[in-house]
Design a protein around this ligand. Sequence first.
Ligand SMILES: CC(C)(COP(=O)(O)OP(=O)(O)OC[C@H]1O[C@@H](n2cnc3c(N)ncnc32)[C@H](O)[C@@H]1OP(=O)(O)O)[C@@H](O)C(=O)NCCC(=O)NCCS
Length: 216
Amino acid sequence: MISKEYFVHESSYVDEGVEIGKGTKVWHFSHIQGGTKIGEYCVFGQNVNVGNNVVIGNYCKIQNNVSLYEGVELQDYVFCGPSMVFTNIIEPRCEFPQQGSEFYKKTLVGYGASIGANATIVCGHDIGRFAFIAAGAVVTKNVPDYALMAGVPAKQIGWMSRHGVKLGSADAEGIMTCSKSGWKYQEAVPGVLKCLDWPEGKEVESRKWEVNLGLG
Ligand SMILES: CC(C)(COP(=O)(O)OP(=O)(O)OC[C@H]1O[C@@H](n2cnc3c(N)ncnc32)[C@H](O)[C@@H]1OP(=O)(O)O)[C@@H](O)C(=O)NCCC(=O)NCCS
């Protein structure tokens, strides 16, 4: 059943066979191609192209001039900054084109992750939950949950909290505290950060619970 409780600006095109959830808004000069599934309450800015068979969760924000190509999947609450770039073919050649789903490498962007303006994601890599990709970074490897990545090629320069604050040094127990929320984080093993105040792996259920209580 295709919901019609969404908004598409008259300058934009939505092809046949697209599913869009309620409350989603598609602003000016954008194009959503066939087979794509978009969740609820997403916002697409100006000049956004969503290719065939793309999967987008709920509450995502896609800023101006972003193209989401086939093979890209966004979980809920993903932020794509203006003019950031996804890719889906690792070694493209114009003379010997690789067209068709079998050639497209997948890129999964985890729940709550943010991608800064003008960043590039080389295809075939996963971006972890709540990861933060700095403006202009070029991602060439998988990105751990909560990792703050910057530069070309992108390197991890720290950890970012769920609430979008760079985490400072750990205390004697190895705990880092988010200055915005007070929530605590700890490396479970080196390179794997866990939040001690958030049920890891149950974000979707917990988020619904928070929204129902008027907390978020
Ligand atoms: C990565 C980011 C979150 C860091 O913010 P911050 O913690 O305030 O960082 P600071 O300004 O204190 O910089 C810390 C260091 O990282 C470097 N740095 C900051 N942003 C960087 C970036 N995008 N790429 C490379 N290095 C960066 C700084 O030069 C500085 O280096 P130094 O310690 O050698 O001087 C921020 O710079 C960023 O890129 N935000 C994304 C903005 C964006 O794209 N928004 C989109 C919606 S408008």
